[in-house]
Design a protein around this ligand. Structure first.
Ligand code: OSB
Ligand code: MG
Length: 368
């Protein structure tokens, strides 16, 4: 597979409504799209690094720098037998996982298109549609959040996740339970609680959550294990799991009973497949996370989540939950079964609307 040219673009997409987590509010997504041209085709990848370094240490600026100065030149103008072989050329660069994943994603799409198969086929094959959940942000009032949950349940989402933080936890979750009964419900703290202050987390144990996601900051594997030992609710880790090695540590320590995989967080599809396979081998329940992706990243997530090993509904909602007008078509629409269908065409199976990309591109750079 020859990679003739790589084009990096920053594209701006307005969310339909602000998304608030314990670490901040997102209104505008600044997405880096990576286009890898070769074999007469274009492969597309999305870098999910957020607008500021509040989820992990990366952001749009660090990713632009890592891609432009250190990553893209290692593959552009060269030939590789596969996307996973090209990924090895990125190994000398430490960290910068979301940047690496954006580039690797474009190469996987290119490889699948060159082979004329859907991305799913390269990732291990799988089902034609996947059950999905929705992740709802912190709202100005309980009533507003309850309204959003009602709409999500009516639309058919198979699991409701709500963001929590100190002061917006037991009270709101109890209100949700009283109103909606035994729906599949989870809570994500994005690391907002301090180790040593677990009382508000222990108070959640009677609420029947499917899991409690990332209670403590990423590095606190020990605090997470101590909490899990005192909770019957499974703990799920997101930010902590930077790759398969972190996953192995967490499993050994008992820091989690459920795992979340985000390809960006672990540095790309190749590492993601090893992560998935480790979960599968150990019987660890696994779901595919989201980072408010555009249609490019969403399509890749749908393909990945359709492969064996993903056992729980992911944070992969339909396009219109995020954007009025996406860069890829067709949009993903929830079926009456609360699923998204896996696109059937080659690669990620959605078409990038070039006019829409050009219109929203803030900056672009071409390599070599
Ligand atoms: O922690 O899962 C998270 C969005 C941005 C950053 C972190 C997270 C999220 C979400 C939204 O929960 C998932 C989605 O719908 O894309
Ligand atoms: Mg999370």
């Amino acid at each position: 597979m020859r990679i003739d040219r790589v084009v990096l673009r920053e594209v701006r997409l307005s969310l339909r409504s602000p998304f608030k987590t314990s670490f901040g509010t997102t209104r505008l997504r600044r997405v880096l799209l990576v286009e890898a041209a070769g074999e007469g085709l274009s492969g597309w990848g999305e870098c999910v690094a957020p607008e500021g370094p509040f989820f992990n240490e990366e952001d749009v600026e660090t990713a632009w720098h890592a891609l432009g100065e250190h990553l893209i030149w290692r593959v552009a103008g060269r030939s590789f037998p596969s996307a996973s072989a090209a990924r090895e050329a990125l190994e000398p660069v430490r960290g910068n996982r979301m940047a690496k994943a954006g580039l690797e994603g474009a190469l996987w799409d290119l490889e699948a298109k060159a082979r004329g198969v859907p991305l799913q086929a390269l990732l291990g094959g799988g089902v034609r549609e996947i059950p999905v959940g929705i992740s709802l942000g912190i709202e100005p009032s309980a009533d507003e959040l309850l309204r959003r949950i009602e709409a999500a349940l009516a639309a058919g989402y198979r699991r409701i996740k709500v963001k929590i933080q100190p002061g917006w936890d037991e009270g709101i979750l109890g209100a949700i339970r009283r109103r909606f009964g035994p729906i599949p419900l989870t809570a994500d703290a994005n690391g907002a609680y301090r180790p040593g202050e677990e009382a508000p987390l222990l108070a959640l144990d009677g609420l029947g959550l499917e899991y409690l996601e990332q209670p403590f900051p990423a590095e606190h594997f020990l605090a997470s294990a101590d909490l899990q030992a005192r909770l019957s609710t499974p703990v799920c880790l997101d930010e902590s799991l930077t790759g398969v090695e972190a996953l192995r540590v967490a499993l050994r320590l008992g820091s989690l009973r459920v795992a979340n995989l985000k390809v960006g967080r672990v540095g790309g599809v190749s590492e993601g497949l090893r992560f998935r396979d480790r979960c599968r081998a150990g019987g660890t329940p696994l779901w595919c996370g989201g980072m408010l992706e555009s249609g490019v990243g969403r399509a890749a997530n749908v393909h990945l989540a359709s492969t064996p090993g993903f056992t729980l509904p992911g944070d992969i909602s339909e396009t219109r939950r995020y954007f009025d007008d996406d860069v890829a078509e067709p949009p993903f629409c929830l079926t009456p079964r609360g699923t998204l269908e896996v696109p059937e065409g080659p690669g990620i199976g959605v078409a990038v609307r070039r006019a829409s990309v050009e219109e929203r591109t803030g900056r672009a750079a071409s390599f070599p």
